[in-house]
Design a protein around this ligand. Sequence first.
Ligand SMILES: [Zn+2]
Length: 129
Amino acid sequence: MAAISVPPVAVPRTTVSRTFTFEAAHRLTWHPGKCRNLHGHSYRLDVTVGGPLDANGVVIDFDELTTVVEREVIDRWDHRDLNQVIVNPTAELLAQRAWEMLTTAGLDLVALRLWETADSWVDLCVGAP
Ligand SMILES: [Zn+2]
């Protein structure tokens, strides 16, 4: 009699997300339109961290997540000229820089979304090319 194989039970991965906002200026020197002029945005940054639950039953304490994101990104970019931060501050490159800063600081990021306007955003996630 053949053994019955039982498919492994899928364990959902738990993620924790928090939204941050900052105001900043930039200009895109390569842009053919008005984005080449200095202008500002009310950026929104959504950060998602994943991982196993710790002994307290959390992926990460929301306070710790807040502390790290504010220290590493928000405090450095809020009310700044982003052209002073990176050479070509597109939303895509800013999101990549934020990802680098946050993972270097120890966060186990699984996704990051940077909103440049209320209807325009960039997504980064684990496994994206
Ligand atoms: Zn812009």
